[in-house]
Design a protein around this ligand. Structure first.
Ligand SMILES: [Zn+2]
Length: 64
């Protein structure tokens, strides 16, 4: 394995900015704490929406 020459970086899931995959990036795979919190907030918001507003079953999904 010769990973030494490989640029190890990932795209921030929130803003798509390249993030170096190293100890220098404590928030990886996010580029910053802000992006991490944004992503977490969206995820939690989605969970809350699902829990708070139960959707009625879709008749099309029913099989008799
Ligand atoms: Zn970011």
């Amino acid at each position: 394995m010769s990973e030494k020459n490989k640029p190890r970086s990932v795209a921030c899931p929130t803003c798509n900015k390249p993030v170096p995959w190293s100890e220098a990036s404590p928030w990886r795979p996010f580029c910053s704490e802000r992006c991490r919190l944004i992503d977490l907030g969206e995820w939690l918001g989605e969970e809350k929406r699902i829990a708070g507003e139960p959707l009625p079953p879709t008749p099309e999904e029913w099989t008799d």
